[in-house]
Design a protein around this ligand. Structure first.
Ligand code: ADP
Length: 610
């Protein structure tokens, strides 16, 4: 390779390396701050500017702040400050100089030639009237504001139309003297309407005294007294707070840097607007745009802002505020304070309502399922009764045969007696009454059968369990006789009042007896015994059927109440299941055991009433 080319490549590598370092180097900004770091309103602009710049500029920045204070011999002090800055940054000139406020901007402009003339400069938070236009060079940019004195004082008269005195609280430094004159000249036309007091020649202590004893219908216009006539410097917010504590009139101001609890409000220069615009311009300059080419129009007032607490304190109705005004510091409403609690409560109520609806819906479903179940049960029970009727045919025939036979015998005797020459009327009457009794007995049997077979709706009423058991025993006694089974019944000596459906309870007993009859069928005739008992224990009425059959195999004891469980060749397996459903629907229990001496015993208990 040609050696000259080699040199060129090496040079290019070095250059790229040094360029990369320059791009990575943080941008260095010198801030000249009017009066000092904590002087309002500029202190607020600096804070907001730094935040906004960090947000807007992708470049890392180092910001160093220098106070530009007013000194008695300001000319020599300013010269020394410029020299000091030059000495400080001799080998490392800054990338940008920013001056906040008129005092700092004045210094920067006066010493521009000796203050890093190659470095771009930005003047911010400065009224357009305080800029020395002729001194602005190609490297200088401005973000100007306009303190609209007519609008500011006009606002006082709009919200407090009765105002007769306005005291202007301001210091006596050269910058402040400018504003005294500016206000005086701008407010010339107002002189007939209000009495304007300028307190620039008073010590701050005297200002406080006068503010406490202003005449009725007065207002105070606050322009931070930076350096009062005594030379005292007022920085921060202490002075305004002290004034607010003693003043007997509402306080207004020109810059929202002061709008933090003491000021009534109105149109004001906005810290946010001014510092955002300044940061915007700074970011552009640091990005390479020539400062002199950036033209920012004078920033105008946004919507007027008022402090709700001060409006209340001075009885200023909201109707007097200009349209579009913002009211701040309004205490939060109950809704604002408890929004989440209220929402949570509503949500809870809503969820509860949903839950209740779901539960009600489910309950309705369950109820209708229960009703359906009962209906099915009652239908099944009805079918079951029909099948039992088959078993009972013999019993019914026997029951009917007896009275019918007796009727026949009595009718024959009557015929015979009537055929005799002198029938005994008394005896005839007796026979007729016997016929009637037997007929009634036959009628009862038929009625009983019908009532058992009839498909009736459930009819729960108070009844004596003893009666239910006795009636059923009557009914099946002939069946027992037909099957050569001894049916032994013993009812309790005390009444057993229960609430129940007579037909259904009879069916329970009937099913148990029919099972017992089946169970004893294979036993020798002498040993076929079924015992039915009723008794009372605690709060329950009870009955049991025991038999002398083979009992129930231990492994089946749990299953016999299940539907369709049957050990019989032609069994349906529904008898005990229906019996259990009926008993449980009556709030009772049914259990099966094997007796120690053989045979099964079924016990039913029902709740007593009364
Ligand atoms: P089914 O009589 O149609 O079989 P059940 O539900 O009435 O239906 O009875 C179910 C089963 O319980 C019977 O098949 C039988 O095996 C048994 N069981 C019922 N009662 C007795 C009893 N008293 N002794 C022995 N086993 C019985």
């Amino acid at each position: 390779m040609h050696s000259a080319l080699k040199v060129l490549i090496v040079f290019a590598v070095i250059l790229t390396g040094s360029l990369a370092t320059a791009a990575d180097k943080p941008k260095h900004i010198i801030v000249l701050q009017s009066n000092g770091q904590n002087f309002k309103p500029w202190s607020e602009y600096l804070k907001a500017f730094r935040q906004e710049l960090e947000r807007q500029s992708p470049l890392p920045t180092v910001v160093q702040t220098f106070p530009v204070a007013i000194a008695p011999d300001s000319e020599s002090a300013e010269r020394q400050l410029a020299e000091y800055l030059n000495a400080l940054y001799l080998n490392n000139p800054p990338d940008l100089i920013v001056a906040f406020g008129a005092p700092a901007a004045g210094f920067a402009q006066r010493h521009r030639a000796g203050l890093f003339p190659a470095t771009p400069m930005l003047l911010a938070a400065i009224d357009a009237r305080r800029i020395q236009e002729t001194r602005l060079g190609a490297n200088d940019a401005v973000v100007p504001v306009w303190i609209d004195i007519s609008a500011l004082f006009g606002n006082i008269l709009q919200v407090l139309p009765k105002t007769q005195t306005i005291a202007v609280v301001i210091g006596n430094s050269p910058n402040e003297q400018f504003w005294v004159q500016e206000i005086q000249s701008r407010l010339g036309p107002l002189k007939d309407r209000v009495n304007l007091l300028f307190w620039n020649d008073l010590s701050f202590e005297e200002i406080l005294r006068r503010a406490a004893t202003l005449p009725r219908d007065s207002a105070i216009f606050w322009i931070q007294p930076q350096i009062d006539v005594t030379g005292a410097v007022h920085e921060g917010e202490r002075a305004l707070k002290r004034l607010h504590a003693v003043a007997n009139a509402p306080i207004f101001s020109h810059d929202d840097a002061f709008f933090a609890g003491e000021i009534v409000g109105g149109p004001m220069t906005s810290v946010e607007q001014g510092s955002t615009a300044a940061a915007d311009v700074a970011a552009r300059i640091l990005g390479g745009t020539k400062a002199g080419e950036i033209r920012t129009p004078v920033l105008q007032y946004g919507p007027a802002k008022y402090d709700w607490r001060e409006l209340k304190r001075w009885g200023i109705p909201e109707s007097r505020l200009p349209p579009g005004s913002e009211i701040l510091f309004r205490p939060p409403s109950t809704w604002d304070l408890y929004r989440w609690q209220v929402l949570a409560l509503f949500l809870a109520i809503f969820l509860q309502a949903v839950l209740i609806t779901v539960l009600l819906y489910e309950r309705r479903g369950r109820l209708s399922a229960e009703i359906q179940l009962r209906q099915r049960m009652s239908e099944l029970a009805h079918v079951n009764r029909y099948s039992t009727a088959g078993e009972l045919t013999a019993s019914i025939a026997h029951e009917l045969n007896q009275p019918l036979g007796a009727i026949l015998v009595n009718a024959e005797s009557m015929e015979k007696m009537l055929a005799s020459p002198s029938p005994d009327i008394g005896e005839l009457l007796q026979i007729a009454s016997d016929i009637r009794r037997d007929d009634e007995r036959a009628g009862k049997v038929i009625q009983h059968v019908r009532s058992l077979m009839k498909k009736t709706p459930i009819d729960i009423k108070p009844l004596d369990l003893n009666d239910v058991v006795s009636e059923t025993l009557d009914f099946v006694s002939s069946l027992a006789i037909a099957r050569d089974v001894q049916l032994r019944g013993s009812t309790a000596q005390v009444p057993l009042p229960v609430n129940g459906d007579r037909t259904q309870l009879q069916q329970v007993l009937l099913n148990l007896i029919v099972n017992a009859l089946d169970a004893t069928a294979d036993k020798p005739i002498r040993e076929r015994i079924i015992t039915i008992r009723t008794w009372r224990s605690d709060h329950r009425a009870a009955f049991s059927t025991s038999d002398t059959g083979p009992g129930i195999a231990a492994e089946h004891l749990q299953q016999i109440f299940e539907p369709f469980f049957s050990m019989k060749p032609a069994g349906m397996g529904m008898g005990l299941s229906i019996a259990r459903t009926i008993v449980e629907a009556h709030g009772g229990t049914i259990t099966a055991h094997n007796q120690s001496h053989g045979g099964a015993i079924f016990s039913v208990t029902l709740p007593l009433i009364g």
